[in-house]
Design a protein around this ligand. Structure first.
Ligand SMILES: [Zn+2]
Length: 408
């Protein structure tokens, strides 16, 4: 609690702020000068200096390009500090059912090299993860960065993920992947193709990582952010107070399998799921039944982009079905931003969502709600995966151990 205008101080649990807390203050932009760090932590000038020295020696901090700014403690203007986002790189990959995208990113999410191509998750984890390892090796060569510069790998998967183990759990769209050791295999694929030492691998659900990437990039002040991905399947990611909300088993946001009372068979084996009637896959099936060639969400996206009237009508109808479910979602979570992303995210679908959402939800839940489309587009999950890895590795509780391993 803040009292009498004296700012809340940042401390490590049970003690003074360490190098990790100082780095966090700089990375978040809350304190970017030595004076501001002293003020935020209550540490002496000498102690702040010692801790910053370690971060400089590790190559994690640099002096800001913006030049000196006025010090909060008065006196001479201070040099600004910033996180050095080039001292290593992150690898990220986003798996969809029939294609994938992979990239090398800076620590602040800038894409240095990228590749997208066909990759079928149905071929199983051995084949898919080995191929991703090969892509990573080629992408690193393109950037000219040595593989030893890679600090971690993030992977977005189109299914429910237990982030504690990095394994997918009963994924309807990923046959053969249930319980498979994804992190171990992907790490091995990376080391085999590059000769680099093992690095941490983090796996999360694609809608979660899209939400994380989009919230940070475009809505950093939104404390309750919901993203709904409507492609071949339907999933949602929830970011609350800047962190992905996963529930206790990683199952939060899996709205595609809410029963909506229809009789269509879903890929999960049940009847009447939302995804069975309102996903890109469902719209493709309806189109195919009436003689329009379409087999996936990506095919529907192409038809929508070409202004195909039947595809637009079916997308709007799908939007209404999703909007009906989202009325419950916004009533429960009261988000500030509801983002519609994925293959179907376009005007017809959004129109359908709005029609039902505003009709069914309580006015108080939607009074300050922005319903928007994606800003990062097809790169959202990659950028979210990269950010997840960086936030994990540079979290205050891991900084001390990593600095000691670097010998600083
Ligand atoms: Zn289902």
């Amino acid at each position: 609690m803040r009292m009498n205008g004296s700012p809340e101080r940042v401390r490590r649990a049970g003690g003074q702020a360490g190098a990790g807390e100082l780095l966090e203050l700089v990375r978040s932009g809350r304190a970017v000068t030595r004076g501001a760090l002293q003020q935020a932590t209550g540490l002496s000038r000498a102690t702040v200096g010692q801790r910053l020295d370690r971060l400089f020696r590790a190559g994690w901090l640099r002096e800001g390009a913006g030049g000196p700014v006025d010090s909060p403690l008065g006196g001479r203007p201070s040099i600004t500090l910033e996180f050095d986002d080039a001292h290593c790189v992150v690898l990220a990959a986003d798996l969809d059912t029939r294609h994938a995208r992979a990239a090398v990113l800076t620590l602040t999410g800038e894409i240095l090299a990228e590749h997208a191509g066909p990759l079928v998750v149905g071929e199983g984890p051995e084949v898919v993860l080995a191929e991703l390892g090969r892509w990573f090796g080629e992408l690193l060569e393109k950037t000219g960065r040595p593989a030893a510069d890679v600090c971690g790998i993030g992977l977005a998967a189109p299914g429910p993920v237990d982030t504690g183990t990095g394994r997918v759990v009963q994924p309807p769209m990923m046959p053969g992947w249930d319980g498979y050791d994804i992190t171990g295999r992907l790490c091995r694929a990376f080391t085999e193709h590059t000769g680099a030492p093992a690095v941490p691998v983090l796996v999360d659900n694609d809608a979660n990582l899209m939400a994380y990437g989009e919230q940070r990039a475009g809505h950093p002040d939104c404390a309750a952010f919901v993203l709904v991905k409507v492609s071949t399947g339907i999933g949602a990611g929830v970011v609350v107070d800047g962190a992905i909300y996963r529930g206790i088993d990683g199952g939060a946001g899996d709205i595609g399998h809410i029963r909506v009372g229809a009789d269509a068979l879903c890929r999960c084996g049940s009847y009447g799921c939302l995804a069975a009637v309102a996903s890109g896959g469902a719209v493709a099936r309806r189109l195919a039944e009436s003689g329009v060639p379409a087999a996936s969400g990506a095919d529907v996206r192409d038809l929508l982009a070409a202004g195909h009237p039947q595809a637009a009508a079916l997308a709007r109808e799908a939007g209404r079905r999703v909007g009906d479910v989202l009325a419950t979602v916004v009533t429960l979570l009261n988000p500030g931003v509801l983002m519609i992303a994925g293959d179907l995210a376009g005007t017809p679908f959004l129109t359908g969502v709005r029609e039902l959402l505003y009709q069914r939800a309580l006015p108080r839940s939607t009074a300050h709600l922005d319903v928007v489309t994606s800003r990062l587009g097809e790169r959202a999950a990659l950028i979210g995966a990269g950010a997840l890895v960086v936030d994990h590795l540079y979290a205050p509780e891991r900084v001390e151990e990593r600095l000691r391993a670097l010998g600083v």
